[in-house]
Design a protein around this ligand. Structure first.
Ligand SMILES: [Zn+2]
Length: 273
């Protein structure tokens, strides 16, 4: 995929899915190559943040102590469009949820891209993998392109076992991945709310899946929407590397925590080369 940069401003407003707080993110051209966050303490590259994936989303904690929650869908949109040069200015504790997918981000940003240089993809030179059939598995192996094979397995019959496999191009991302919404099992909602999360969740930004009936009143927007959303989350989490990845990622029942652990292990493997 050709490397792109953002050439003009885009503004997204809404509420954060977990905080319920009003939020706005402004995406503008970056002076230097890379994905940067403009925060009270300065401008920081995405890879300077500590990433936490323990609260049903990815929170970035930057060197000035600023925290930005639920960064994964916008980062996935940038990665999916091939954009590796942009400046993100966030007001509020969390990215706006929009419709729970990356559709609005991708459709708005797609026409605002221009080819750019200065960013070298990270080429995977040997396998990095961990986990197993019980706890979930994730790994990356060498490949000439950025490919993803992702599978999930749920007891809820509306989901069951789902697989998505593909080489990630701009078109595949826009059509197959970006529209896939955040999903939640109806049975999980009480627990999520008890943890103080999901305060901004509503029927227009989350796909609610009942356990014993095929689906809530909302219809799936794309085939195998849940696993496609998992691919979206995975792409967003991998984008915290700050550069595109050239390799084949294989994930089975993974989540943010595992995605971010893979990012840490990829970084460590670079340091030890
Ligand atoms: Zn997500």
């Amino acid at each position: 995929m050709k490397i792109q940069a953002i050439k003009s401003e885009a503004r997204f407003r809404g509420v954060g899915i977990h905080s319920g707080s009003p939020s706005e993110v402004v995406v503008t051209p970056s002076e230097s190559p890379g994905l940067f966050f403009s925060l009270p303490g300065g401008v920081f590259p995405v890879q300077s943040a500590q990433a936490d994936g323990t609260a049903r989303g990815t929170t970035l904690v930057f060197p000035d102590g600023s925290r930005v929650m639920t960064v994964e869908h916008l980062l996935a949109a940038l990665s999916g469009l091939g954009v590796w040069s942009a400046l993100l200015s966030v007001s509020g504790p969390e990215m706006p949820a929009m419709d729970g997918s990356a559709k609005v981000f991708a459709e708005t940003l797609a026409p605002l891209c221009e080819p750019a240089g200065g960013v070298t993809p990270l080429t995977v030179i040997r396998e990095i993998a961990f986990g197993g059939p019980e706890e979930g598995y994730i790994g990356v192996i060498p490949s000439d392109t950025f490919e993803i094979t992702c599978s999930i397995k749920y007891d809820a019959p509306a989901i069951g076992s789902q697989v998505f496999e593909g080489t990630m191009s701009r078109d595949v991302f826009i059509e197959a991945i970006a529209p896939a919404r955040t999903f939640v099992l109806a049975s999980e909602i009480e627990e999520i709310r008890k943890r103080g999360l999901g305060r901004g969740g509503a029927m227009d930004n989350v796909l609610v899946i009942e356990d014993d009936v095929p689906i809530s009143s909302q219809a799936f927007r794309v085939p195998v929407e849940p696993v496609r959303h998992k691919v979206l989350d995975l792409m967003g989490d991998l984008a915290t590397l700050g550069v595109p990845l050239k390799g084949r990622v294989v994930a089975y029942r993974s989540g943010h925590r595992m995605h971010l652990e893979l990012v840490r292990r990829i970084r460590r493997s670079l340091l030890s080369d």
